[in-house]
Ligand binder design. Sequence first.
Ligand code: HEC
Ligand code: HEC
Ligand code: HEC
Ligand code: HEC
Ligand code: HEC
Ligand code: HEC
Ligand code: HEC
Length: 420
Amino acid sequence: MKAFINFRRSVVVLLLIFSCFVLLIQCINNGKKNNDIAKKNAATSYQRKVNFKQFAGEATCIKCHKNIYESFIHTSHFLTSQPALEKYIKGSFEKGRNIFPFNDHLYVSMEKRDSGLFQVAWQRGVEKIAKRFDIVTGSGAKGQTYLSWYKNELFQLPISFLTAANEWANSPGYDPGKVVYNRPVTSRCLECHSTYFNVTSPPGKEPEEYDHNEILYGVQCEKCHGPSAKHVEYQTQNPKDQVGRYIINPSKFSRQQSLDLCGLCHGGRLQKTTPSFEFIAGDTLSKYFVPSTAGPTTKEIDVHGNQLGLMKESKCFRLSTTMTCITCHNTHENERVQTELFSQRCMTCHNKEHGTFCKIDPATVSSIKSNCIDCHMPKQPSMSVALLLPGHIEPTAALIHTHLIKVYPEETKRFMQKHK
Ligand code: HEC
Ligand code: HEC
Ligand code: HEC
Ligand code: HEC
Ligand code: HEC
Ligand code: HEC
Ligand code: HEC
């Protein structure tokens, strides 16, 4: 705690020094042309381009885009962050199923109390600490992690949920021996799992601070179509205009713009060079992040969130001029495990007429046309979505389809055995 206070104090001192420095520079430059540049620099570090008022909120879109809206709410994007209501939490609060044991004397129980849902650490029968579930991250397709407010800061709770095992599990990177409540949640984490959080702390302050009232949960319409308050206002006032105005349509993007939009969150661990939540659909990603150089053989390129890096290494991408993520994905629909549908999309490029079909002997695989995926994009263990189950020594990883599309001889063998 003391270290924490000292840290706070040094941040304040640093900020004071910094403001004096800015004032000093401004005095020196007063009346000169340079003043504008100094002002602009100060402004870019504190004044954000994107703010809460520019958003309409996805609920407003239903009025005029009913079909898209109604299918979209079943996608993982929509569900990837939520306020922590019981119905959104996949794990059980029932007695007997609500415990994660650390050792003989220490466990965490998930409890419903009058003031909400809590993770409570118990040591030798004594309650040590209770923290509330405030925000759910993860649709639960693979797993969920929970966040808790401390004033205006957010911390990741120690117990997560692993869907494949249908069990509570220790959060990734947490010490299996003790209960820890002090891992701050970064704005970058929220940038990939939500549409907007208002980051109120100055750049560089850690843990970062957020405004409780200016949050847009889920990866929503406006993440891919830009903040849309103006669009909604205009179309509402001009119902006869059948042209969409003040709105971004990714179908008009260049290949690079399209890749950059998905790459914001599916491009792996990128080093940011501007504050989070500044990137708007259509922007150039490299203006906001140091471009990724990780190759598919390095450990850096995990399947958690790096479909772009993997796809870019595939021959399909390198030797075609059109492939983007939306060649195969319709982001308005939940198309999970519709293997046949995805296989049809492969066959838009790989078909018998063009002589580009699979080289495997069709006589050996009867169901070939309905499943290109298991042989060419097999599931692999994620390095970061890996959670420790009770009583295990090694974390259990969620399985994620690789986007390095190629021939996998071992998977072919396995497939043939299964479909004999
Ligand atoms: C009052 C009606 C109305 C509301 C509310 C509305 N839109 Fe639209 N929108 C339209 C009309 C009309 C068009 C043009 C016809 C079309 O493409 O459907 C349009 C077109 C679009 C387009 C395609 C633009 C193009 O260039 O073709 C997108 C994307 C879009 N809207 C997104 C949204 C989003 C996101 C929301 C909610 C934040 C929203 N709209 C709310 C009426 C509305
Ligand atoms: C703001 C960040 C963000 C952007 C931008 C984004 N995604 Fe995602 N996407 C996510 C997250 C986070 C998940 C995981 C959701 C979950 O299960 O909790 C995800 C999941 C997915 C899934 C898996 C769906 C499922 O149900 O298994 C697909 C496919 C996908 N995204 C495609 C895309 C495509 C294509 C684009 C670009 C048009 C895109 N995403 C843009 C963050 C983003
Ligand atoms: C993950 C990104 C993403 C999200 C979230 C998203 N869209 Fe889209 N949207 C796209 C892309 C990409 C296209 C272009 C599709 C194409 O070219 O095939 C598109 C196209 C559209 C269009 C143009 C008409 C059409 O179907 O081509 C409308 C309207 C639209 N979206 C509305 C919405 C609404 C409303 C929501 C929320 C309920 C939403 N979108 C959520 C990515 C997204
Ligand atoms: C670079 C963007 C990015 C960052 C940063 C990121 N994630 Fe993710 N996360 C994703 C994507 C994309 C997925 C979908 C699965 C995949 O591609 O591995 C995902 C999947 C997940 C899932 C599993 C969801 C499901 O059920 O499918 C959880 C839980 C999760 N992330 C939590 C977090 C938390 C907590 C943080 C911050 C501490 C974080 N992620 C940081 C992009 C990101
Ligand atoms: C936009 C067109 C396009 C789509 C869609 C597409 N591919 Fe490809 N793919 C290509 C091209 C081009 C090549 C390179 C062909 C060559 O070697 O001449 C290729 C190569 C391949 C190869 C050989 C890779 C290697 O390393 O030798 C496999 C396997 C493959 N694709 C499978 C798939 C599967 C499975 C899908 C669907 C999940 C798919 N492709 C979707 C264009 C595409
Ligand atoms: C050649 C077709 C193809 C392209 C291109 C493609 N994907 Fe996929 N993607 C798939 C298939 C097939 C799956 C497995 C779907 C399933 O079975 O649920 C998948 C699954 C995913 C998932 C969920 C991971 C999992 O296993 O649960 C995410 C996230 C995703 N894709 C994002 C992207 C992004 C981002 C891009 C662009 C960088 C992209 N995809 C490009 C075919 C493609
Ligand atoms: C049982 C596993 C399996 C399935 C299912 C399968 N493939 Fe293949 N595919 C392979 C193997 C193995 C090779 C390499 C064959 C060789 O080189 O002798 C291959 C080769 C390819 C190639 C490269 C051809 C070349 O020119 O070298 C493409 C493209 C391809 N497959 C596409 C597909 C598509 C599209 C589908 C679905 C319609 C599909 N595959 C289904 C196992 C499979």
